[in-house]
Design a binder for this molecule. Structure first.
Ligand code: AHR
Length: 496
């Protein structure tokens, strides 16, 4: 198979947005406890944060981190997690059938963000709570001093306000599984009034209204339209959430899952624009794709429901393969290709829970296969996203119809150079990728790496964390610029 790609810096989509490379830390399973936080761990610092996880978070190149949920936030009382630790209550977490000790709360999370060098993205509870609790949390976090709530923060050791800009107005309230699940009208009204009140306190906020929990939700499309009709003037983003998994051994369909993400983004943007047109508004609503990943959700749903209420049990600890990493790479390519509209995204999640980083309690931290496409894209995507239109063979998939074998995007920066990110979706044949980069002068391929291997189901383990990792691609020609992409592979090609 052969594919052609033309790269021209004139075909600019949008700047690469650093917030595309966000992640997510939820009070779920072992994401917080024995994930980012484990006092007594050999690498733990004075605050109990695992140094090995902090280091891997930096290596992953994470820009923003969403917190504290997820489904968890819809039953959360943020006040439980502030003040002296010994006085913090233990609560039932209905979302994950667990006991929350509240050892980690808002202040600890924000201290962790400072150490990790990431921007926090805070979610408020619009499931069991509403405007007042959201305002209190905002005042606690962002008001400088002189009120009971801001002085409580200062008394806890945080003299300076946190200045959190991005706030999610609840989580997945379209989902019947959500505590405090609502109709679109109910949620839209609450989100609008919460947003209005929050802006009265701090007009500079960037607010995210909940969109659909997936493109296959029965209310998808009408949910966005109704919610935005209520909230259009007071929010900046509508969220999208999407998880994909290989079903019934159909690897071909799975590798094309970015087609669904592309459809999802296009439909939400069109719906938002339709509402804007009806409201005679020139404002554009952007997309925060604030949960996305590969998640073997069907295995989780098939498991027996829990009967006890453990503290930080191992939950949703998916073990990812090479094929999963290629699917993740394809999703990243789609997020980048849509940078004109997708201005923020969060890989769900960061540690242990459907995550690129895994920890052993008291022991090692290591990187799953999915760590690599994210880390490479975050590191090398720079400057502008360029529109590229691959010319290549297509194949038929049961789930998404016809899909091109090559899925790709390029970024261009006058200093950092030009990089092509590409996946080959063929399950059995390499793809010869020919690059036409004449518009850049006469560039050379300065580096080409590939994440590939004979077994698409190969996985990393704590004992062999380097088994699936990017390696130099030996099949490179400079004239004409050509790279051979192995079957089921994620590829990074740097031109200079
Ligand atoms: O990321 C895991 C869960 O997926 C989140 O808590 C929820 O928002 C989504 O359904």
């Amino acid at each position: 198979h052969t594919a052609h790609l033309t790269i021209d810096p004139a075909f600019r989509v949008a700047p690469v947005r650093r917030r595309t490379f966000g992640a997510f830390v939820e009070h779920l399973g072992r994401c917080v406890y024995t994930g980012i936080y484990e006092p007594g761990h050999p690498t733990a610092d004075e605050d109990g944060f695992r140094g090995d996880v902090l280091e891997l978070t930096r290596r992953l190149g994470v820009s923003t981190v969403r917190y504290p949920g997820g489904n968890f936030v819809s039953g959360y009382r943020w006040e439980d997690g502030v003040g002296p630790r010994e006085q913090r209550p233990r609560r039932l977490d209905l979302a994950w059938h667990s006991t929350e000790t509240n050892e980690v709360g808002v202040d600890e999370f924000l201290r962790w963000c400072g150490k990790a060098g990431v921007e926090p993205m805070m979610a408020v509870n619009l499931g069991t709570r509403g405007i007042e609790a959201a305002l209190d949390l905002l005042e606690y976090c962002n008001h400088p001093s002189g009120t009971t709530l801001s002085e409580r923060r200062i008394a806890g050791g945080a003299k300076e306000p946190y200045g959190i800009r991005m706030w999610c107005l609840g989580n997945e309230l379209d989902g019947p599984w959500q505590t405090g699940h609502k109709t679109a009208r109910e949620y839209g009204r609450l989100a609008a009034e919460t947003a209005r009140a929050m802006r009265m306190l701090d007009p500079g906020l960037e607010l995210v209204a909940c969109g659909s929990s997936g493109s296959s939700m029965p209310t998808f499309g009408s949910w966005e339209a109704e919610v935005l009709t209520e909230t259009y003037d007071v929010v900046d983003y509508i969220s999208c959430h999407a998880y994909y998994e290989e079903k019934n051994g159909d690897l071909g369909s799975f590798l094309a899952c970015a087609s669904d993400m592309e459809y999802f983004i296009g439909s939400v943007a069109a719906t938002a624009d339709h509402v804007g047109a009806k409201l005679k508004s020139r404002k554009k609503i952007d997309i925060s794709f604030d949960e996305w990943n590969v998640w073997y959700l069907s295995r989780f749903q098939d498991a027996a429901p829990p009967t006890d209420w453990p503290v930080a049990p191992p939950l949703l600890e998916d073990h990812y393969s090479l094929a999963d990493a290629v699917a993740v790479g394809g999703l990243l390519i789609t997020l980048l290709r849509n940078s004109d509209r997708v201005r923020a995204a969060s890989l769900a999640q960061l540690v242990n829970v459907i995550a690129p980083i895994v920890t052993e309690p008291g022991g090692r931290a290591w990187t799953q296969t999915t760590f690599h496409p994210f880390a490479q894209a975050s590191r090398y995507a720079a400057g502008d996203v360029l529109r590229v239109e691959p010319v290549c063979p297509a194949y038929e998939t049961a789930e998404y119809g016809e899909a091109p074998l090559l899925h790709a995007v390029a970024t261009h920066d006058p200093d950092a150079g030009t990089t092509v990110f590409a996946i080959n979706r063929s399950t059995d044949r390499p793809l010869s990728l020919r690059l036409d980069a004449r518009a850049l002068g006469a560039p050379r391929i300065v580096e080409a790496t590939t994440l590939a291997g004979p077994d698409p189901y190969a996985r990393n383990t704590a004992d062999d964390p380097g088994r699936v990792a990017p390696r130099p691609n030996p099949d490179v020609e400079q004239d004409p610029l050509t790279v051979l992409l192995p079957p089921v592979s994620w590829n990074v090609i740097r031109l200079g």
